[in-house]
Design a protein around this ligand. Structure first.
Ligand code: ADP
Ligand code: MG
Length: 254
């Protein structure tokens, strides 16, 4: 399978002379097409730093990051914004929906600057809202829908441009357990049925158990990796075991 993401020896050093902090020590990471990868690790491990670099929001101090065949490290801002729009899908903990737009308008927002014709936009909006089960709320505003529906709207928005890679940062962080489960099932279906490639940062072992592979980082380095082979429940237990050996306050990470 082809790599969607290839990160080589990615380092991130914050600060200036005399007061520097190495947040990533030299990370190597490959994600193949069709994977659903979780990134876990204690607070301060470097998860957000890594996600921001892959999202093209931040740049590494050194190292290479390829998404598909594009080296995103040296891209100019203009090229980057079109790259983000066309190749990446984003989901955040706090949904990032615009309150003045309807659900449907929020979903099609990533296509606003594209050259895709209105008919095709309409068709895609219908497709993605069916996939996420939000076809009945397309004309509502974000303040009229539940947290779970907001996050499924955000998921629909993340996939409408058929991104090479979906990047999710704690997408269940603001959801109750029922809404979390529904969202994770939807993400898992997207991955299974639509061949979506997903990288999700989470501190939640239950959320992580929906992934097919988990990469654990600690102190800016790769700590270990788990690949799911058996049931989701077995995987959940394996994840808990690694989190225990990783240390830190488990009441926070479980
Ligand atoms: P995580 O998401 O795993 O909790 P982060 O990637 O946010 O960790 O942070 C990793 C480390 O880098 C932390 O020790 C954090 O304090 C430090 N850090 C993050 N951003 C900055 C910054 N802009 N300047 C200085 N240090 C930072
Ligand atoms: Mg973080």
């Amino acid at each position: 399978m082809e790599n969607v993401l290839t990160a080589k020896n990615v380092k991130k050093v914050y600060g200036a002379r005399g007061n520097i902090f190495t947040a990533l020590t030299g990370i190597d990471l490959d994600i193949k097409k069709g994977e659903f990868v979780g990134i876990m690790g204690p607070s301060g491990a470097g998860k957000t730093t890594l996600l921001n670099i892959i999202s093209t929001i931040d740049t590494p101090t050194s190292g290479e990051v390829l998404i598909g065949n594009s080296n995103i490290v040296n891209m100019k801002e203009e090229e980057l914004s079109s790259f983000r729009r066309n190749k990446l899908g984003f989901m955040f903990q706090d949904f990032n929906l615009l309150d003045t737009l309807t659900v449907k308008e929020n979903i099609i927002l990533p296509l606003a600057l594209s050259k895709i014709n209105p008919k095709e936009i309409e068709k895609r909006a219908n497709e993605v809202s069916m996939i996420l089960g939000i076809e009945d709320i397309l004309n509502k505003y974000p303040y009229e829908i539940s947290g779970g529906q907001k996050q499924r709207t955000a998921a629909a928005r993340a996939i409408i441009n058929k991104p090479q890679l979906i990047l999710a940062d704690e997408p269940t962080g603001a959801l109750d357990s029922k809404a979390s489960t529904e969202l994770l099932q939807a993400m898992s279906d997207l991955n299974e049925n639509n061949d979506a490639t997903i990288m999700m940062v989470t501190h939640d072992a239950f959320a992580a158990s929906y992934c097919k592979r988990i990469i654990f980082i600690k102190d800016g380095s790769l700590f270990t990796e788990l690949v799911r082979s058996g049931s989701r429940k077995e995987f959940f237990q394996m994840i808990l075991d690694v989190l225990r050996t990783l240390g830190g306050d488990t009441s926070d990470i479980i």
